[in-house]
Write a protein that binds this ligand. Structure first.
Ligand code: COA
Length: 332
């Protein structure tokens, strides 16, 4: 519990994905790959892809509406909107457009970028605002449309990613349901996964050349990222559990960033968490970056699998490099 005596509770979830799906067989028409290769190496079978008309703002707002409704609130009850994304519709941020779309006039809104760790970083950020007494109701959205930034001729990366959005409502609560967390960053390994600005030289004056904005597509060293995830994720979860004064036996659900089934299995094995406690929906959606944790959470909440009071160990990891874990209980 915080010094102020104010705790937090996650009281609603929602999600939304684009209509169009691209399965592995169809993807094999675009690059030299196969359903067998992708399924065996990643567990992914299909992914959703946004059309130019389906903006990040649209799917993020849909997910947010679901979360607000589940919490029994209206958009006017929201004090703060945090949009975790790396693929805003606008480089200045998309959270304000979502605020307008929802009609959440009272809410202050900003974007938070921490790649695939964005949801966990956002959850911890939201908790700080609530625990200090600054705000009582936070809407946290994780949403990404990485399909815009994938090199669709690179079979090493384009098979992995998909688009989607997930959201949760986090409210002030007598009992603090965020039991422990740990966040980490290591910029020295940035080169293993990035979506970097690639400024194009532009002669503004004879003696002044500036860089005009453009981005190179996602580049990744798959083996290094795999090694990083399998080593660092169990570590950070153990640290968050330690801070929560819990052990792995207390975990009801392991909710990892949905990057790769082999990573999920390896982390589960290292932590001795049985497969039936590991939430996985990446076969249908691939890696949806900041959306993957709240999207998977919303599915299991709505299916009735997760019950109020269940202890969830969530962990995000990805570009930055960033990684982190949050141990929380669902509901008030
Ligand atoms: N279809 C068929 N063959 C493919 C392929 C594809 N989509 N992608 C790569 N290959 C080939 C390679 O060309 C290579 O062939 P070669 O040995 O003849 O050169 C072979 O498969 C092995 O490639 P490699 O890159 O070593 O595969 P891998 O076992 O490391 O698997 C990943 C690749 C991407 C699935 C794996 O590294 C991974 O999941 N890494 C983590 C990525 C991730 O999760 N990123 C996001 C984190 S947020």
């Amino acid at each position: 519990m915080s010094q102020s005596g104010i705790g937090i509770a996650v009281t609603g979830s929602g999600s939304a994905v684009p209509i169009h799906s691209l399965d592995n067989d169809k993807l094999s028409q675009i690059v030299d790959t196969s359903d067998e290769w992708i399924a065996a190496r990643t567990g992914i079978r299909s992914r959703r892809l946004a059309t130019p008309e389906e903006s990040l703002t649209t799917i993020a707002s849909q997910a947010a509406q679901g979360a607000i409704a589940m919490a029994g609130l209206t958009p006017m009850d929201v004090d703060l909107i945090i949009l975790a994304t790396s693929t805003a519709d606008d480089l200045f941020g998309s959270a304000c457009q979502i605020q307008a779309e929802l009609g959440a006039q009272k809410a202050v809104a900003f974007d938070l970028t921490a790649a695939c760790s964005g949801f966990v970083f956002g959850l911890v950020t939201a908790a700080q605002f609530i625990r200090t007494g600054a705000y009582r109701t936070v809407l946290l959205i994780g949403a990404d449309v990485l399909s815009r930034w994938v090199d669709w001729s690179d079979r090493r990366t384009c098979i992995l990613f998909g688009d989607g959005a997930g959201a949760v409502v986090i409210q002030a609560n007598d009992r603090d349901r965020l039991l422990g967390f740990e966040l980490r960053s290591d910029g020295t390994q940035n080169q293993y996964l990035n979506l970097a600005c690639q400024p194009q030289p532009y002669d503004l004056l004879e003696d002044l050349t500036i860089g005009r904005g453009s981005f190179q597509p996602i580049t990744m060293n798959g083996q290094e990222v795999y090694r990083f995830a399998v080593r660092r994720v169990p570590e950070v979860i153990e640290k968050a559990l330690f801070r929560a004064n819990l052990t792995v036996e207390d975990v009801d659900w392991l909710l990892l960033h949905q990057a790769n089934q082999r990573i999920l299995d390896a982390v589960g094995e290292r932590l001795h968490i049985p497969a039936e406690k590991i939430i996985s929906n990446l076969a249908s959606y691939g890696n949806t970056s900041a959306a993957s944790i709240p999207l998977a959470l919303d599915e299991v909440v709505r299916s009735g699998k997760i019950q109020p009071g269940d202890t969830i160990a969530a962990s995000g990891f990805g570009a930055g490099l960033t990684w982190g874990a949050a141990v929380f209980q669902w509901g008030r």
